[in-house]
Design a protein around this ligand. Sequence first.
Ligand code: PLP
Length: 440
Amino acid sequence: MTLPIPQYLPDPADDAQLIADFEAHVNPALATVLKFIGFDATESYARGSLVFDSHGRKYLDCLGGYGTMSLGHSHPHVVEAVKTQLERMSQSSRVLFNGPQAKLGKKLAEIAPGDLQYAFFCNSGTEAAEAAIKFARIATGRTRLVSTVGAYHGKTTGALAVSGRDKYKKPFAPLLPDVVSVPFNDIAALEAAVDENVAAVLLEPIQGEGGIIVGTDDYLRAAREICDKTGALLVCDEVQTGLGRTGKMWGCDWAGVAPDMMLLAKALSGGVVPIGAVLGTPRVWEFWQENPLIHSSTFGGNPLACAAGLAAVEVIENESLVARSLTQGEKLMARLQQTQAKFPQCVKEVRGRGLMIGVEFGHEDVTSLVLTGLAQRDVLVVPYTFNNPTVSRFEPALNISDDEIDWAANAFEEAVAQTAMLIEDIDMDESHGEEAAPED
Ligand code: PLP
């Protein structure tokens, strides 16, 4: 894709002030981390897979807002749809019928698995998880929730309760009661935990923040059967895996499983306007009959977000991005695996599906060194996974070009080679990194 010359670059002098202001008024600790990695400018302009900072430095974005930029930054079709909607009406009166919501709801029902006919719209993944927890409880009249070790569903209190890792949970305890956490990919543990008291089982088809752990097809199928047997609802969190990221439209398509509810966010509006959604079956949606406003969000499903959502799905279909995710994912994965084979002392494993790729390093410090090396080569990857600090992620745009894959893969090889030389002198066992395995 030919890119326009970057515009809107702020004066670097103003930029130094912006960084100081960020440190003084937003998040001092994060500012320290970013400076340590070597970032000294604000992001200013982005198109496709490229991001430019205020000094005009060009980066290859292989993290894309943690898997949000599936279409690349500012896809013109989505931007145009948002501009058109902006001219008409940006936010809803919330009293009259909301047309863009109806269009997006219908489109999602068409492409979703099974009979996920209805959509509740919100603004983020964590709000989708909160809503699904409430929906599961009211729809079943049960309270217990079963989630998995290493799971990530967001950082609001309900979503956090069904997520893994004490580091993010303990400071906010007590969270929601009646939550049971079972090891991921363990059918027997799931079977033992799920009975007639369970409202829902929440699963990511691939655990993203848990360190790109692919749920086996047998596991997802067993989860479906166990839920059917006990009357628990199966909730698939497709916030990261959905809309082509894994090389199929939905992560659960790999197992041919249709959930009772599905959570969406991130790529749903092409990364242009925040949006989240819970899709549900007619059986689940019955509870709305009692009170159509039993759950709501002022900005959820606003016209701008839904116009962006519809346009984003059109791009995914028209540009065959699901198939492209699979082919480009195979190319990138093969290249990263070649590096792994050359430097097994640094890289333990490269795994994933489509363009949701995790790289597991031998030690947390190796992760930091390689990520710094990638940043030096202008490649942005997910710096850490919340629940597994030895795993980094590549989640580039699904339309990433072959040249961009070469850029990412070459930079990775160089950064790993540089790290391999450095760690020859360091006894990794002596440094005290965090345990790779999630703590709860
Ligand atoms: N669910 C999954 C699987 C996620 O990966 C995330 C975010 O990374 C969330 C939920 C939370 O989404 P958000 O950050 O939009 O609240």
